[in-house]
Design a protein around this ligand. Structure first.
Ligand SMILES: NC(=O)c1ccc[n+]([C@@H]2O[C@H](COP(=O)([O-])OP(=O)(O)OC[C@H]3O[C@@H](n4cnc5c(N)ncnc54)[C@H](O)[C@@H]3O)[C@@H](O)[C@H]2O)c1
Length: 352
């Protein structure tokens, strides 16, 4: 079993990664948690595949309730949050009990936010089930819900007691979501891990990818751990994780979050910003063609769609992460070596 320890000034906890972990997750949780009640929050898709299995794990040792919401981003709303609060209160949950987020990033984010806020904080555990959640959203403590005027506008930093990752669960994930998550895996390779990037390029098929998925997840989580430990509250180095995201967000938003998944938009962002930075002599020649090759291999788009550029610039200029008249963008020196560049806001046009 891989174990990654996250050490923050105020809290430490572990991420465990192991194929088949779901089959003895009850025992693992019982080792450290003596709570009486467990509330498992999930969505209908995950419940369909694994609901019974996870309930079996807890039913002998805990009083357990499963709360299920509709799948998809629409569930990351204030309405769903209120529904969760009510279900948890009906269960008479206390601050001594435990909440488990069992699902993709949507479930992780909203469950984490509910846990952070209900009764001023209830301990929670992440059992992420999508690739994106296993390599990204379950690590780092960001929890949030959306408002109708924007994504993740209400949130907090609230870390789980532990994260348990079973890569076998990914076998039931829809292919589009698998490749969506692969975009973020590729991003880690681009910014910090040339070896990971090269092995992703070499895998001959999905079978080989799955044979190596435990290690891939371990490497991604290790990179995120290292960055989050240095910059938990996202005021500096954590920005590195946004490689491809500045333009990606603009693409997602332009198409009203309907045409492209987040990962697809990030793929377009990574390719296009690197194309520019390579032309400008900032990035080693040949980098963008490697990015194109890897994106094609994992069924991800790279071409910037025909969009109104001024709209992109406006969207990027209004990005809540940018401050003052300068902004930070993430570029590559080469594969495995990303860095943050501070640019004048008006210069963004050169990079997108
Ligand atoms: N907190 C963070 O740091 C952070 C980072 C990145 C993204 N996010 C958030 O994550 C969310 C996206 O996460 P996501 O891509 O996991 O979306 P998601 O939670 O909607 O899951 C994607 C789909 O896969 C299904 N699914 C999940 N696991 C499955 C499994 N094992 N088998 C079959 N189906 C399964 C879900 O039901 C859903 O339909 C966004 O809301 C985004 O804002 C948060």
């Amino acid at each position: 079993m891989y174990e990654i320890k996250i050490n923050l000034a105020h809290k430490s906890y572990s991420i465990f990664i192991k194929n088949g972990l779901i089959d003895y997750i009850g025992k693992e949780i019982k080792k450290n948690y003596k709570n009486k009640k467990i509330a498992v929050i999930t969505d209908i898709n995950v419940e369909k595949f694994y609901g019974e299995k996870i309930m079996q794990q807890f039913k002998n040792d805990f009083e357990v309730k499963m709360i299920t919401v509709k799948p998809g981003e629409k569930s990351k709303s204030l309405d769903t949050l209120e529904y969760l609060y009510n279900e948890l209160l009906d269960f008479e949950i206390t601050r001594g009990d435990l909440i488990i987020a069992f699902g993709g990033g949507v479930i992780g984010d909203i469950t984490g936010f509910a846990a952070a806020t209900l009764l001023r904080g209830i301990p929670f555990i992440q059992i992420p089930t999508s690739l994106l959640a296993q390599i990204d959203s379950s690590v780092g403590g960001k929890v949030a819900v959306n408002l109708s005027r924007g994504k993740n506008l209400v949130g907090n930093f609230y870390h789980p007691e532990a994260v348990f990752i079973d890569p076998i669960l990914l076998r039931t994930l829809d292919k589009r979501f698998l490749y969506d998550g692969m975009a973020e895996v590729i991003k880690y390779g681009c910014i910090r891990d040339e070896k990971l990037f090269k092995s992703l390029l070499e895998y001959e098929n999905e079978h080989e990818l799955f044979n190596n998925i435990e290690e891939i997840i371990f490497r991604c989580c290790s990179i995120k751990k290292e960055i989050v430990e240095k910059d938990e509250k996202d005021t500096g180095e954590r920005m590195l994780l946004n490689f491809g995201h500045t333009l990606g967000h603009a693409v997602e938003k332009y198409y009203n979050y309907e045409k492209y998944t987040h990962g697809e938009a990030v793929a377009i962002g990574m390719y296009n910003i690197t194309k520019r930075s390579e032309d400008m002599g900032i990035t080693e020649i040949g980098t963008v063609s490697l990015i194109k090759e890897i994106l094609k291999k994992y069924n991800l788009p790279y071409e910037l769609p025909n969009m109104d550029k001024s709209n992109n610039i406006k969207t990027i200029g209004l990005d809540k992460k940018n401050k003052g008249s300068y902004m930070n963008i993430v570029l590559l020196k080469k594969i495995g070596n990303g860095f943050i560049k501070k640019i004048k806001r008006e210069d963004i046009e050169k990079y997108i």
